[in-house]
Each structure stands twice: as C-alpha cells, then as structure tokens.
Design a protein around this ligand. Sequence first.
Ligand code: LLP
Length: 400
Amino acid sequence: MDYRALVEQYGSPLYVYDFDVIEKNYNSIKNAFKARKSLIAYAVKANSNLSVLKHLAQLGSGADCVSIGEIKRALLAGIPNYKIIFSGVGKRDDELEEALQKDILFINVESEAELMRLEQIAKSLGKVARVSIRVNPNIDPKTHPYISTGLSENKFGIAIEDAKRLYLYIKKSPFLEAVGIHFHIGSQLTELEPIKEASQIVAELLRSLQKIEIDIKFFDVGGGLGIVYKDEKTIEPYDYAQAILASLKGTDVTVICEPGRFIVGNAGVFLTRVLYEKKSGDRRFVIVDGAMNDLLRPSLYNAYHEIEVVGKDEPKSKADVVGPVCESGDFFAKDRLLPLTEHGDILVVKSAGAYGFVMASNYNTRPRPAEVAVQNGKSRLIRERESFEYIIEKEVRFLV
Ligand code: LLP
C-alpha cells in the first residue's frame, strides 16, 4: 500500500482500513463454524464506521451492539434487525424500549434488576422481549485486567447459580422469552483453554435448561479472539470453533460469535507524520502529528503497536514516539528501535483497525482524523477529517 500517496491525498494523521483483509478475516471465522448453524455478530464497538459496517453487512454479518447508537448505526448500514443483538451492563430504559421497538434478535441481560426493568418495559409496550442471559463462568481469561470480564470479581454477567432461577422466571413471564445464553470472558484472548472451560460450563447450564423445557436456540460465545500485535501466539479460528463445538455435542443450538478485534484489528493502520526529532539528555524523541486523542491504546493499556517508517528500514537507535498532547502519557511507543527520521516522514502504526478511531476524542481541541478504505487497490474517504467548526458547534450558540 502506498502510504505516502494516501497521506498526500487525505492528510495526516489518518486511519486506513484494508477492506479485503476485513473480508478475509470475516470469512475465516465464518468458515470455522461451518459445521453448525452460526451467526457472526461483529462487535460494532471495535470499529463502528458506517462503511465498515456496510461492508460486513454485505458479507452477511450480524452486529453485537452496546448502545442504541450502535444499533442505529448497524441498521443504517444495512444489517437486518434479526441479526442484531444488544449487550452491555447498563442499558437505559429508553435504549431498551427502542431496541424492543426495532424488534432486534435478542437482548443480552446482565443482571436480575435489568431483567425486571425489561419485563416492565415490554409489558408497557405490549411486546414480548426475547432475551439471553449473560452468565459469568468465573474463568480467568489470562489477558489484560482492563479487558478481562469473565471472573466473578468483574462487573459483567450473572453467576451461574442465579441464572437458572432467572430462566425459570422468564419462562413464567408473558412478556419475556428466553432464546439465548451468553458469555464473554475477555478480549485479546490468546489461550484456548479458558475459552474451552467457559464453553463447557455454559453448555452444561444449557443442557440443564433444555431438560426443564427452556428452549434455548442461541449459544452466544462472545468475542475476544486475539490478534498478533507483536509476537503473540494466537488461537486459530478453526481450533477456537472446534473447542466451542465440542462442548455442544448433542445439542441443536445456533452458535453466535461476537468478534471485533479479530475482524478489523490487523486490517487497519494509523498513519502519522514526523514533526521533529529531539534529544533530551540521552533520550531520543520522535515527535509526530498524531496523539493519544487519536489512538489511545498505548497510553491507556501500555499496548504495543508495531511502528514502521515509510521508506526507511535501517534502525538507528531507540526512541520514544510521542504526540503533541500536554501529557507524559501521550506516546505511541517507548524505547523503540527506529531509523533516523526527519520532518515529513510517515510512521505506520500497525494493528490500529480495532479500538482506534472509536476511542478517539477531541482532547486539546484536536479534530479527529479522517478514515479511508482501501479495496481492490483503490482508496476512498469514509469519514472526513473533523474541522474546528465541527468541534465547537454544540457550544458556540450558547456563547453569551
Ligand atoms: N462481546 C462483548 C460482550 C464484549 O464486551 C466485547 C469487547 C466483544 C464482544 C468484542 O471483543 P473483541 O472480539 O474485540 O476482543 N478497548 C479495548 C478492548 C475492549 C473490549 C471490550 N469488549 C482494547 O483496545 O483492547
């Protein structure tokens, strides 16, 4: 890919997504589950650009959404309501109401209180809410603590012991219908064993529910499949699917999988231009025009992203790659072996397709970057760079 030409055409900093890679990743996970009925419900939170969603819609993908805003995006992009699910630990009344009105596939419920609320809302609308309970299998997924969700110490899901009682409650309610069972133990998972264990625990609950004629149709295994940022050993989609399918022998459920990062992570890069190099004592800094407000992962999780300098591959010495934001936490890499750079050089920050743009902000009154799609060797703008006027629009009319 000609990154220099892309920066010349669309400016910097810039997000670029390879739609052919998105397609390949979607197909590899879909094919891994081909022994069963399955729905890949792409986790919209990873990258919610409408053109990305439309591309996935055309491939047959569904959507896992965590706000009514994400549901509206998915619908707008052409993902049908019967392929949309609504997850999240704290859904507002108006969000539940709208989700019911839009008649999506089901709502993943994460607490008893939410279930009661949902029942009331369904009743007031004269509707039956299709639900799935997110159970917490209490498994350590062995990932970063901020993105680990399957332990009882985390805020997510309902303990297995309580879930059965709630399914019995649902069975008796005229306004609720149990259609699914859900778990998600964490993100950027690189070990298969915790997934296998969680799947077995939840499949056991599924069987015990089926025995008492609670007819679960969907087994939703969440997302979390990890990708290579540096040199991680990742899980093959086939092995991932096999581990899950093995736990489902003798059942006839449709598997739903909610990958986000796996589909878009390595399909995207973040491009940023070098402004200056600077030495401070014996530390070398490469100062770029992108910052933590554009790509937060290194600052927030100390996440590693591979960095290349376009057209230069002879490493000179270790440097910190930093942005212009007034915080020491504003960095993309620390102590990274890099070639000597000069004003205008382009840095490619890799694996930035997931949780990149979506976590960007306007901190320091910095417009969020433009987004570009590349498909069949052609590029096109899929989100314009924000302008100063756009950033202040919601406040300027209150100026007195
Ligand atoms: N399903 C549920 C219920 C989730 O909570 C998540 C992610 C996913 C699916 C998708 O997970 P994935 O396949 O993308 O790993 N901002 C963090 C990641 C937060 C993930 C939150 N939940 C990061 O930049 O690493």
